[in-house]
Design a protein around this ligand. Structure first.
Ligand SMILES: [Zn+2]
Length: 258
């Protein structure tokens, strides 16, 4: 309960300053406003490690640029030809999330990065969308899948089911915290939603965004799991996320986004 109340307080203060993810086609001309990173070397390192992990998982190579303020955006342009795009992150946004709640804040930061990396994945695979909402909800879905993966990896680090009762209890604590992180992410993405249905910047309403991240997280241990747990065969999860992910995004919009 304490955690939920805390999250609500965090979200209220957070959403008042965050400007939506922008899809940008602008070039990466050197900007005087470019920063080296946030004030937290922990966050900078974490983001860079996650960049490498995202590269491996989605076959996308991107650079991260840091800006003042609360922005988050993804563009298909990059300085080098081997790179698929650029992600811009506002350091105020990162620091605010990290300072308010260390562990939960880091999950939120990683979810923002994976949402933006999902846009790079869309660009690289030349995905076409009916409108911005479908593109955004699809990005939320893919970010959810990736967060589902991170949580499963995290869970695996604490798999002490065959150990002492003390270790077992620790594992139970971790499982509980994962369920809280997932709930927080659903609320967080929901809170980023808007109901400006006629705006070109409309990203989907609360319930649509919340359901997109939720369904994405679920798909990681379901139909888009990289290894089929029944047959042991590997799945082309990237292809599944493109095709089924896109139709799931349309279904969610039809069901909730009005
Ligand atoms: Zn976006």
């Amino acid at each position: 309960m304490k955690n939920i109340l805390f999250t609500i307080a965090l979200l209220i203060s957070y959403t008042s300053v965050y400007s939506q993810c922008n899809l940008t086609l602008r070039s990466n001309s050197p900007s005087s406003k470019l920063l080296k990173g946030s004030n937290s070397s922990y966050i900078n390192t974490k983001l860079d490690l996650e960049r490498l992990q995202l590269k491996k998982v989605f076959d996308v190579e991107f650079r991260i640029e840091y800006y003042p303020g609360n922005v988050a955006f993804a563009g298909p342009n990059c300085e080098s030809s081997s790179c698929d795009g650029t992600i811009g992150l506002g350091v105020n946004l990162l620091e605010k999330l990290h300072n308010q709640e260390k562990e939960g804040g880091v999950w939120m930061i990683l979810a923002i990065l994976s949402h933006e990396a999902a846009h790079i994945f869309q660009y690289k695979n030349n995905l076409k969308f009916e409108n911005t909402v479908q593109q955004e909800i699809h990005a939320d879905f893919i970010a959810g899948w990736y967060m589902g993966k991170l949580m499963e990896d995290y869970k695996a680090m604490y798999d002490f089911s065959n150990s002492s009762s003390e270790a077992y209890n620790k594992m139970q604590d971790k499982l509980e915290s994962i369920s809280i992180f997932k709930q927080n992410l659903r609320m967080f993405f929901g809170s980023l939603g808007d109901s400006n249905y006629s705006s070109i910047d409309h990203h989907g309403n609360y319930i649509t965004r919340s359901m997109a991240i939720h369904k994405g997280m679920k798909s990681y241990t379901g139909w888009a799991q990289p290894i089929n747990t029944i047959t042991g065969e590997s799945r082309d999860y990237k292809k599944l996320l493109i095709t089924h992910g896109k139709s799931d995004a349309s279904d969610l919009i039809k069901e909730y986004n009005h």
